[in-house]
Design a protein around this ligand. Structure first.
Ligand code: ADP
Ligand code: MG
Length: 333
C-alpha cells in the first residue's frame, strides 16, 4: 500500500543560489499582457476598460496544506490552481498573479521543477507572473491572483433564491480519499491511489466553466473545505436553505467502490475538491448544460434551494440522512 514517505522535497546537494539570481533564473520572463512584470518595485497592469478586477489570495504551508512528499511541480500547480479556483467561483478571467515564496534552501532542482509546474498551468490559463517576494523560511507558497470580469457580472455567494437548482461540477471526495490512503486509513491498489492522489495534488481550476456561468448561475462558490461547509457559507450569505440528495453527488469510480460511510464522509466533508457549487433557475437548465458542455466539464444537479435556513440531506428515496459532517476549520481541527 502506498504510504507517506518522510523524504523532504528540498534536497541538500546543491549550494544555495542567491535571492536575486534565483528570481532572475526561475521567475523572470518577458512581460506579455502586463505593462511591467518582475524586476521593478511594482508591476504595472492596465485593466481592460469596463472591467472589474477580481482579487484573491491563498497560502499553502508545508505540513498543513501539503505533505512533504509532494513533487515540486505539483506543489506549484496546486498553489496556483487553488487561487484560480477562487477566480472561477466569481466568473473572472485570470490575468496575472504574484508569488510569495518561503524556502528553507534555494535548491536548484526544487526550483526548476516548481517553476515548470507553475508556468505550465499559468500559460494554459493565460495568467502571467508579475511579481512576488522570496525569503528563507519554512516552505510556504502564497499566491495572489488578479482576474477581470465585466462590471456587475461577478458570481457571488449571496445570489441563491428559493426554487433555484443546485449543481456541482466534476466529482467530489477524491482528494479526501487520497488523504485517508496516505494516512493508512484505507487500502487502495496502485492504480486507484494514483488517480485519487492526482485529484489531491493536481486539482483542475474550473475557470472556463465559471466564465460561462456568468449570467446563467445565480450564485457560486468553490469547494475548498468540503461541500457541507462551503455550501453552508453560500446558504448563509444568500439567506436560504438547501436540500441535497447525497446519492446524486458526483463521484469517481474509485470513490464509488468504497463503503457508503466513507463515500459520504469524503463527498460531504472532504475538502480540497476545487469544484464549483452553484445555483441557477430551473428555467436555465439548458443554459447550464451548454455552459458545461462548452467548458468540457461535467455538472450534476445535486439538489435545490428552499426558503429558510440550513442544509438538509436526503437519500435517493427522499429519506433524511443524518449529517455529522462539519467542514475543515484551521483553528478548530
Ligand atoms: P522589493 O525589495 O522592492 O520589494 P524584491 O527585491 O523583493 O523587491 O523583489 C525584486 C523583484 O522581484 C520585484 O519585482 C518582485 O516583484 C520580484 N519577485 C520577488 N520574488 C519573486 C517571486 N517569487 N516570483 C516572482 N517575482 C518575484
Ligand atoms: Mg521596492
Amino acid at each position: 500500500m502506498p504510504r507517506c514517505e518522510p523524504a523532504p522535497i528540498i534536497g541538500r546537494l546543491m549550494p544555495d543560489l542567491g535571492e536575486f539570481e534565483l528570481i532572475e533564473r526561475f521567475f523572470t520572463r518577458p512581460a506579455r499582457r502586463a505593462t511591467l512584470g518582475v524586476g521593478d518595485d511594482c508591476a504595472l497592469v492596465q485593466p481592460t476598460p469596463g472591467t472589474t478586477l477580481a482579487v484573491s489570495t491563498d497560502m499553502l504551508i508545508e505540513g498543513r496544506h501539503f505533505l512533504s512528499t509532494v513533487p515540486p511541480e505539483r506543489l506549484a500547480h496546486k498553489a496556483l490552481a487553488v487561487n484560480l479556483s477562487d477566480l472561477a467561483a466569481c466568473g473572472a478571467r485570470p490575468v496575472a498573479f504574484t508569488l510569495a515564496l518561503a524556502l528553507p534552501r534555494a535548491d536548484e532542482a526544487f526550483l526548476a521543477a516548481f517553476a515548470r509546474g507553475l508556468f505550465a498551468l499559468a500559460d494554459r490559463e493565460a495568467c502571467e507572473l508579475i511579481g512576488g517576494d522570496t525569503t528563507r523560511g519554512p516552505l510556504a507558497v502564497c499566491i495572489t491572483v488578479f482576474g477581470e470580469l465585466p462590471a456587475g457580472a461577478a458570481l457571488l455567494r449571496s445570489g441563491a433564491r428559493p426554487g433555484d437548482d443546485l449543481y456541482a461540477s466534476g466529482t467530489l471526495g477524491d482528494a479526501r480519499l487520497a488523504l485517508e490512503a496516505f494516512r493508512g486509513q484505507v487500502a487502495l491498489d496502485a492504480d486507484a491511489f494514483g488517480q485519487v492522489r492526482r485529484a489531491m495534488e493536481l486539482p483542475e481550476p474550473r475557470t472556463g466553466l465559471g466564465i460561462r456561468l456568468r449570467g446563467v448561475a445565480t450564485s457560486a462558490i468553490d469547494i475548498s473545505d468540503g461541500l457541507t461547509g462551503d455550501l453552508g457559507h453560500l446558504l448563509r450569505r444568500s439567506g436560504v436553505a438547501a436540500v441535497v440528495d447525497v446519492d446524486a453527488l458526483p463521484r469517481s469510480a474509485v470513490l464509488a467502490a468504497q463503503t457508503v460511510a466513507l463515500q459520504r464522509e469524503c463527498l460531504l466533508a472532504g475538502g480540497d475538491d476545487y469544484e464549483l457549487v452553484f445555483t441557477a433557475l430551473p428555467s436555465r437548465r439548458d443554459a447550464v448544460a451548454a455552459a458545461a458542455a462548452n467548458a468540457g466539464v461535467a455538472v450534476t444537479r445535486i439538489g435545490r434551494i428552499e426558503a429558510g435556513e440550513g442544509l438538509r440531506l436526503i437519500d435517493r428515496g427522499g429519506a433524511a440522512v443524518a449529517s455529522e459532517f462539519g467542514s475543515f476549520d484551521h483553528f478548530r481541527a
